[in-house]
Ligand binder design. Structure first.
Ligand code: GTP
Ligand code: MG
Length: 183
């Protein structure tokens, strides 16, 4: 029997950026919506350590996704690298409305893109919470997280996508792109 195609996606970024909310929204797109309880997307709790969600990939039949949703809290960031070897794609989430933490996000992103075990692996940068009025524009977020200075480390397929994990806007386009890169 043929083994089912599987891809593992790593979700990282600062605490409170919206990683778990995004993971739930992706699960909702995947046709596993009946597994979601009412309020799941709106009532997420900060992640302790990490959580793996197994979902049927949305937008690509037959592909199974392991979504590794890491905690962004400082004390857990050391854990991120334990998954680097096993993942096919990286999803880095930035809170576009949290202007005070852009430089911290920039440091975290730099650590991710320059890690040797993640070399050449496709990177989707989600500029999340675009539904908030004070959210930065895509260009602003790109500048603040230092995308221009990262060119050396961005030798891979990458994309910056504005989105809202709450409304779902932009999430589908971003995920479609990432899946097309890891398949
Ligand atoms: P850790 O698990 O602590 O690393 O945080 P996280 O990145 O998983 O963030 P989480 O998904 O728990 O979301 C943090 C807060 O941001 C929650 O109150 C979410 O409802 C809110 N949030 C997430 N995405 C969005 C968004 O797109 N728009 C708005 N307005 N709020 C969002
Ligand atoms: Mg979380």
């Amino acid at each position: 029997r043929l083994k089912k195609a599987k891809a593992t996606l790593l979700v990282v970024g600062l605490d409170n950026s919206g990683k778990t909310t995004l993971a739930k929204t992706i699960q909702g797109f995947s046709g596993d919506a009946e597994q979601l309880q009412e309020g799941d997307i709106l009532n997420v709790q900060p992640t302790i350590g990490f959580k793996v969600e197994k979902v049927d990939s949305p937008f690509s039949k037959g592909l199974k996704l392991n979504i590794v949703d890491m905690s962004g809290q400082q004390c857990y960031r050391e854990l991120w690298q334990t998954y680097y070897e096993d993942v096919q794609g990286i999803l880095f989430v930035v809170d576009a409305a949290d202007h005070r933490r852009f430089s911290e996000a920039r440091e975290a992103l730099l650590g991710v893109v320059k890690h040797s075990e993640l070399e050449k692996k496709p990177l989707l940068l989600f500029s999340n919470k675009m539904d908030l009025r004070h959210a930065g524009t895509g260009a602003q977020v790109a500048k603040e997280v230092g995308l221009n200075d990262l060119a050396n480390h961005l030798q891979r397929a990458w994309r910056l996508q504005g989105c809202s994990a709450i409304t779902g806007e932009g999430v589908d386009d971003g995920i479609k792109w990432l899946i097309s890169q890891v398949k």
